[in-house]
Write a protein that binds this ligand. Sequence first.
Ligand code: AMP
Ligand code: MG
Length: 408
Amino acid sequence: MLTVNQAESLILEMISPLDQTEIRPLENVFNRVLAESVSSHLDFPYWDNSAMDGYAVKFEDVQGATPDRPVVLTVIEAIPAGRKPQLTLRSQQAARIFTGAMLPAGADTIVMQENTTSQGDRVSILIAPSKPQMFVRKKGEYAEAGKILLAKGTMIKEPEMAILATAQKNEVTVYRRPLVAIFSTGDELISPDQTLEPGQIIDSNQFALTSFLQGQGAIPLNLGIVADDRDRLRETMSQAINGADLVLSTGGVSVGDYDYVEELLKELGGEILIQSVAIKPGKPLTVAKFTNGCIYFGIPGNPVSALVSCWRFVQPALKKLSGLTHPWRPSFIKASTKNSLKPDSKRETYLWGKVHWDDLGNAQFQVASGSHSSGNLINLTQTNCLAYLPKSEQIIELDQAILVMLVR
Ligand code: AMP
Ligand code: MG
């Protein structure tokens, strides 16, 4: 049995980022991974411009101005944002200017409107700016033309959309989204729209895992429910392995009489890399690799085990596969626990619950109330983290510091 870290390292080692890319219009690249480095032929700002409504002046003209001895300048033009200045400023002249407007040639400083009074084409500067270049946004101050603004492997979120737009990247090269086949195994399973007969179980995993995949930017390929029948299972597994980058099947990986996944993986030519992991919940995780590059995750069927396996192992795999740069591993933060917690002596334990931040910004972990059976999906609601408990014989006391893994 592998440790969690060993399993995670093995998974990350065998995953290579997708090499196919797509060119998409700017409007359609939110939440995609950039497959090119982006620079621009423009400087940012594009030209010197004003950060204030006020007057563009020469610093040397106004440096001695005080309310008692204002400096009076002649206003030669008004420059709203969007208009190109027409004149060059000479000594003792000013231009009326507005936020974002281009600085006229000859001006080097902006005096804010509040520090002036005006009459006709005259403006009195009442307070001298403290230094030259005051309230001037210099051309190229944020980034010069040619500089890399966004690196390959960046997830495109709101700020990156703004940067791509301003760099005039109307078409963006992004990685293709991973295609992930998903199905549930078990004779007992029915879909939520069927009537429940005694002994049956409603297939919740398909919904949890599909949503998980959508949240990760992958394309789920739903292959439904497959009975514990060797031939049918083999057929679906083969279809999944040949049609997807990754496969997630739930159930059938324990040691029961109807747990066929591992032997079928071998039959289908898979190289089994992981057979079980010292983690609670989720021990029977089975991972195999195929020569076509497909990675198969045989995930335990219990609903909590299934989600914990996705959060702990599939998520890093998908991140790397998607072309994202580091980090792929989940984020762990320090929190103080508001409950005493019981670790397992043989396996790393991940207890589901909620982290919240108090008024001082301290993270506090509250374990989900109710049964912590891996079959109890009901108290998973509102889970935003998993408390990470290393193997130990000792109870973790109230208010003790622990690490929690953020899941959303
Ligand atoms: P298995 O891993 O196949 O031994 O299943 C372990 C437990 O998880 C059993 O109680 C199953 O009924 C339950 N289970 C398996 N698959 C699902 C599923 N897709 N949705 C909900 N529960 C499931
Ligand atoms: Mg089963």
